[in-house]
Design a protein around this ligand. Structure first.
Ligand SMILES: Cc1cc2nc3c(=O)[nH]c(=O)nc-3n(C[C@H](O)[C@H](O)[C@H](O)COP(=O)(O)O)c2cc1C
Length: 195
């Protein structure tokens, strides 16, 4: 199997991180993977805002948690048993799981392909992270993290123009050493139709 396929099959969402920060060189490579992602019309409209400020990340993660209403997991429907998500564990107070690096992807509000552009960039970045031994997690719906006066102040501090919105967050950090790499759920049958 070639290395790209191996990486695609190996990548898992990581929600338990070591507190130590990721290496700057690795961060630069992950950002480059995002910058080289496809974008609708080649417009390259996505902004990648990197926060390694623990206090800011924690406060935004708590706001996101407070403003998220995930469909809570049940015994048969759950996100991850090995690395529980906020839908699995009501006790988790931080929707960013204490990740040391949080990258918010912003895109223009009036752009039809904003979400797709961010999603393909994020996947490139998650695969790059995996090859570098860095865990990642995609956090959908980025805007609730800024939905209070503190979040609004952070947007102003970061100089984000009001024409842009936070599509999603990408969490990065070294996977916690005592945890095994998560196993994927079995793939559901019947999802490929040869017509
Ligand atoms: C659009 C999208 C939104 C997601 N949002 C969240 C989220 O808010 N919180 C979270 O913990 N995981 C989130 N995830 C990660 C998924 O839960 C994860 O990809 C899924 O459970 C499959 O696990 P795997 O990534 O390890 O294969 C999201 C993934 C996608 C693609």
């Amino acid at each position: 199997m070639n290395q790209v396929m191996e990486t695609i099959l190996h990548r898992r969402s990581i929600r338990r991180f070591e507190p130590r920060q990721i290496e700057e060189d690795a961060l630069q490579q992950i950002l480059q993977a995002g910058l080289y992602a496809p974008s609708a019309g080649g417009r390259q409209g996505v902004l990648f805002v990197v926060s390694q400020d623990r206090e800011v990340n924690e406060r935004l993660g708590r706001i996101k948690r407070a403003n998220s209403h995930p469909h809570m997991a049940t015994a048969t429907s759950y996100v991850s048993r090995e690395q529980p998500s906020i839908a699995d564990d009501p006790m988790l107070a931080n929707a960013f799981y204490d990740a040391p690096t949080v990258i918010t992807l912003f895109a223009p509000k009036n752009f039809l392909f904003a979400a797709e552009d961010c999603a393909v960039a994020a996947e490139n970045m998650m695969l790059a992270a995996d090859t570098l031994g860095i865990g990642s997690c995609y956090i959908g719906q980025g805007w609730p993290a800024f939905a209070d006066p503190y979040g609004q102040e952070i947007l102003r501090r970061w100089g984000i123009c009001t024409d842009y919105y936070a599509v999603m967050q990408l969490l990065l950090g070294y996977p916690r050493e005592q945890d095994r790499h998560p196993t994927p759920k079995p793939r559901k049958e019947g999802r490929v139709l040869r017509v």
